[in-house]
Design a binder for this molecule. Structure first.
Ligand code: AMP
Ligand code: FE
Ligand code: FE
Ligand code: ZN
Length: 287
């Protein structure tokens, strides 16, 4: 439909709003990206598409292109895997059922973590809810914000390094699909699945899992991300070159929730065009 339309770079395809664990509503995220020179952006809140409309209208009013996105939670054994899902159909039944399930499990696990934390610190469930707004995908960052508000820790980083660590006594897993099912769901919703920050401290996914994800339609890797480590980037770049995969770079902006700044990594026009050509579940919104 929009095949004749053009987007403009620089493109930042991974940013979060208050609909997940960013600290700014979509319009402010878009304005921050614009200030940093970004001209095409994707909103990729965890397990929700609720912010799309607000982000799209803010983007077009600033002359920017909006690319619909989401960061779908998945898990392989003990490690969490984040799958960026571009141009999905937001009403796809199977994907919606999955994100509903993940989001409700996020509430259950946060309640249990709140109860455990409440035994040792003066932070209650209501204090965590006070850090969210209507439609927020709840996560550990909101527990972190409640701990900051209570003066227990200085910032989210300190909370994650201590009280919220998976190695600690308070941690509870959330439900998330395995990475291959996650790819299948995104592909089934017409989307373009790309592994977020695939070369972080946890190390690469095992080759066998990567291969099965690729067989299921994995489109590429987010190699430009501040958490990726050089050896892993080299390995994945080799696989991407060999298979002709899409490679992206993005900021993973979370407002004040992380030091990441919009536009600190960007995706080439050629790779943005490939994502747009490959996605069929929704359309970019052009200015
Ligand atoms: P959850 O999915 O609820 O277990 O929380 C994971 C989320 O917390 C990720 O989406 C990250 O954006 C965020 N996160 C992880 N580590 C940190 C950190 N050190 N500082 C701020 N946010 C973090
Ligand atoms: Fe996040
Ligand atoms: Fe992530
Ligand atoms: Zn993210």
């Amino acid at each position: 439909m929009n095949s004749g339309r053009r987007f403009e770079g620089p493109s930042d395809l991974h940013l979060h709003s208050t609909y997940s664990d960013g600290t700014e509503p979509p319009a402010e995220v878009v304005a921050a990206a614009h200030r940093h020179g970004v001209r095409t952006l994707a909103l990729t809140d965890h397990d929700t598409t609720t912010g799309w409309a607000e982000a799209a209208s803010a983007a077009t009013s600033l002359g920017m292109t909006f690319l619909p996105g989401m960061e779908l939670s998945a898990r392989h054994e003990w490690r969490s895997v984040h799958l960026l899902a571009y141009l999905i159909d937001p009403d796809d039944r199977a994907l919606r059922a999955m994100t509903d399930r993940i989001r409700s499990s996020r509430v259950d696990r946060a309640r249990i973590m709140a109860e455990r934390i409440g035994r040792d610190y003066d932070v209650a469930w209501e204090d965590i809810l006070a850090q969210t707004s209507a439609g927020t995908t709840l996560g550990r960052p909101h527990i972190a914000d409640a701990l900051v508000a209570a003066g227990v820790v200085r910032d989210r980083g300190e909370a994650f390094a201590g009280i919220l660590s998976p190695a600690g006594d308070y941690y509870v897993d959330l439900y998330a699909p395995d990475p291959v099912s996650a790819v299948e769901l995104v592909v089934g919703a017409g989307g373009v699945p790309i592994i977020a920050h695939p070369a972080g401290r946890a190390g690469l996914l095992p080759n066998a899992v990567l291969r099965r994800m690729l067989d299921a339609g994995l489109a590429g890797f987010e190699l430009g991300h501040r958490e990726n480590l050089a050896p892993g980037i080299r390995t994945l770049r080799g696989i991407a070159d060999q298979r002709g995969l899409i490679v992206t770079g993005s900021s993973d902006y979370h407002g004040l929730g992380k030091p990441n700044e919009p536009g600190e990594n960007t995706t080439s026009d050629a790779n943005v065009a490939r994502i747009i050509a490959a996605g069929s579940g929704s359309e970019p919104v052009y200015p």
